[in-house]
Design a protein around this ligand. Structure first.
Ligand code: ADP
Ligand code: MG
Length: 219
């Protein structure tokens, strides 16, 4: 579940970004649509508690984010939010399996090696567990990063521009995989995209429109 009311944010020395209200039920899918620079990635960071809004109320997975201090927010995010960023941030120094193990450290939980193996298997990449990220194709790396995002069965899965480098067939497959995986753990799925193909592939999704004109509208 995600509820946003009157949310606005300004980067230091930046213009005020004002976001439309939205309410998504638990397990639903929300598409963030709009041109580059309209605030989609910023909105994801706000919902993940990585940024603090200048105004407004955000409830995510039954949590009012303003009620958490920074440390509690980091713990809450590690436990309940799966993030598939545009730049995947896999460590090239670690194997795929150890990249996934970091999720447990961040959440203060003991590492569950069999859950890591199962998570990779669910995305068809079990055989990549002992490789380094530099030895993966782009599509393989994205599946590994999705397995990492889903490992703790988060309440919310946030995905930023997942189709940027994919052809049409791979785009449809990747989006089906995302939605199936999120539904399998009952998570609310949010996909930020400026790619029109995504709306076709997820016709049932709720849409939150971002507008270039929203930048500075209330400044
Ligand atoms: P989108 O994801 O829709 O392309 P962003 O959320 O990345 O949009 O950016 C929204 C606005 O905020 C843009 O004007 C962008 O230049 C600005 N912006 C993004 N990140 C930063 C940052 N770290 N510092 C300052 N301004 C930023
Ligand atoms: Mg973006």
């Amino acid at each position: 579940m995600i509820q946003a009311r009157g949310v606005a944010f300004a980067y230091p020395a930046g213009q005020l970004l004002c976001f439309d209200d939205v309410s998504v039920e638990q397990g639903g899918t929300l598409l963030l649509r709009g041109p580059s620079g309209s605030g989609k990635s910023t909105w994801l960071a706000l919902v993940a508690g990585l940024l603090t809004p200048s105004a407004g109320v955000l409830r995510v997975a039954d949590q009012d984010l303003a009620a958490l201090n920074r440390s509690a927010r980091d713990h809450w995010r590690a436990r309940h939010v799966g993030f598939l960023p545009q730049k995947l941030h896999l460590s090239d120094a670690l194997t795929v399996a150890d990249n996934l193990a970091l999720v447990y450290f961040a959440a203060g939980l003991p590492v569950d090696r069999s859950a890591i193996a199962q998570g990779l298997a669910a995305l068809g990449v079990a055989d990549l567990a002992n490789r380094k990220p530099t030895q993966l194709s782009g599509g393989q790396a994205q599946r590994v990063a999705l397995a990492r995002a889903l490992l703790l069965r988060p309440r919310v899965v946030l995905v930023d521009e997942p189709t940027a480098s994919l052809d049409d067939a791979a785009c449809a497959t990747a989006l089906q995989r995302l939605q199936r995986s999120a539904q399998a753990c009952g998570a609310t799925l949010v996909v930020a995209t400026h790619d029109a193909r995504v709306l076709q592939a997820l016709p049932q999704a709720q849409v939150l429109a971002f507008h270039a004109s929203a930048v500075g509208a209330a400044a």
